[in-house]
Write a protein that binds this ligand. Structure first.
Ligand code: ZN
Length: 295
């Protein structure tokens, strides 16, 4: 069998590349021009930051935020720029507060809203990442996904970007024109530390470094600081892959047995294995840090 040693040699030579830290950005929700006057500007800033760095990401919009002519135009811009568009439901309601039928009807309304978008991919990002508190709910959605050619869109890096951004908006409202440099430094550090934590947890849990999927949102913090976040992640050795590449990692076809279902897939798998995953840095999403900064 002369092929076998050759194959092993190739595998050894490829191993360092396979162990590189790679991640894909996913952005949830979509901007709402009806309540965010800066929606178009912030959307364009995020798209420019991704374009400038040659990064292709995924957007998971929810109808609740984007179902207006202006809002859907902002979603479309993501597809036209080469990012994938998925489904984050129509009303963005927690499955745990709905019957299975009502949740699936919400998913189907989201599908009708986004299916015609450029680069639409039938992937479901669950609102609040919750996939069902009971086995019936969880398995009912999984059966619907399989029947309809859909895949779930789990994440492996959880961040507090939504909370950070909310504090930034409030801080600037209270004190317009204030120095945002301390906020910027804290935010970038938060994202970099969350990524490093997720990588350690993945290596401990899976025994390897997967293609990570980071959960971010379309918000002001990312509109302002995405270029800094990208630069800081690159400085830590992270490389970026597009959403299709990341979701092709076998990690995202694994399912947890745990209930309630849904959260970070690596955390769920660690719990399935009987481990208690260590708490991530800034487990309060950055509240103490931002309190200290006066935001
Ligand atoms: Zn959401």
């Amino acid at each position: 069998m002369p092929l076998r040693p050759l194959f092993l040699l190739a595998a050894l030579l490829l191993a360092p590349a396979l162990n590189a830290q790679v991640l894909s950005f996913s952005f949830d929700d979509g901007f709402d021009p009806r309540v965010q006057p800066e929606a178009a500007e912030w959307n364009a800033r995020i798209l420019r930051a991704l374009e400038a760095e040659g990064i292709k990401a995924a957007l998971f919009p929810a109808g609740r935020f984007v179902d207006s002519i202006e809002g859907l135009a902002l979603v479309r811009a993501w597809g036209e720029a080469g990012h994938t568009i998925g489904n984050h439901t129509d009303s963005h309601t927690d499955i745990d507060t709905l019957t299975l039928d009502a949740f699936l009807a919400d998913v189907e309304r989201g599908d009708r809203l986004f299916r015609a978008m450029p680069r639409f991919k039938p992937r479901l990002r669950f609102p609040y990442l919750r996939e069902g508190a009971t086995a019936d709910q969880r398995d009912g959605v999984r059966a619907w996904l399989a029947r309809n050619g859909y895949a779930p869109a789990p994440i492996s890096i959880m961040t507090g970007d939504g909370y950070y951004s909310q504090r930034l908006v409030e801080g600037l409202r209270a004190q317009p024109g204030r120095d945002t440099e301390p906020f910027r430094r804290a935010y970038v550090k938060h994202i970099v530390e969350r990524a490093a934590h997720a990588e350690r947890l993945a290596r401990d849990t899976l025994g390897r470094s997967p293609a990570h999927v980071m959960l971010l949102h379309t918000n002001r913090a990312n509109a302002m600081y995405l270029p800094d976040v990208i630069a800081a992640l690159r400085a830590q050795g992270w490389k970026f892959v597009d959403a299709d590449t990341a979701f092709a990692d076998p990690l995202y076809r694994m399912t947890s047995k745990g209930l309630p279902a849904g959260s970070n897939i690596v955390v769920e798998l660690a719990r399935d294995a009987g481990r208690t995953p260590p708490r991530p840095p800034e487990d309060d999403y950055g509240k103490a840090t931002l309190d200290a900064l006066g935001y």
